[in-house]
Write a protein that binds this ligand. Sequence first.
Ligand code: 5RP
Length: 236
Amino acid sequence: MPGAQPARSTPAEGMKREAGYHAAEMVEDGMVIGLGTGSTTWFAMERLSVLIEEGLRIQGVPTSYQTELRARVLRIPLTTLDAYPELDMAIDGADQVDPAMRLIKGRGAALTREKCVAAAAAELVIVVDGSKCVPVLSGPVPVEVIPFALQPVILGIRAIGGHPELRNGIQKDGPVITDNGNFILDCSFPEISEPERLEGILSLMPGVLSCGLFCEFVEKTVVVVGREEGCRTLNH
Ligand code: 5RP
């Protein structure tokens, strides 16, 4: 519409854009990269799309249907983990990041594929706005569970002091069904003092596909924190 004002982005969106664009600039010609899920990764993909238009040659492995559909619109060439079981880099968001760069992920229910891609990548670039950086991980931990084992897993999580809640759909009655056909339990814990230990316990429960604690990738993680005054990069 002539004269219409472009939609203003919020300060948080601006910081996500900063982080996403910065991560996109870290991608080198010829790389095969994991493409995470969520709003901050979307900004990285938006910038990658422009760089591809300018000549950058990359391929991406999407971690969700959302990312796959967006990548197609943005003309980012896609491939699979089958074709490239080892990736040069993965770019992804997070719900919480602690000072040791351990993460909670899975608000978008894409945690299992995100963990596969993170494990396959030589470098994991996490893009966040400052609100995601916390002194101690505390958020609910998403757990992807196969429907067959829902009740035993609920009992198992309660037995270790957790409070699991089945995630329900929005604009869909009943539970969220992940891209892998499973349920999500959002599990609150009074405290997460030993995230590695909790990740191990949750991951070993029969019927659990994966949990949203990402503790084993810290050595290869770079966290890009979008801020009004520019990005701050954290690594080992
Ligand atoms: C999806 C995720 C996202 O990466 C995480 O929720 C961050 O999303 P956003 O960048 O939109 O805040 O783990 O499963």
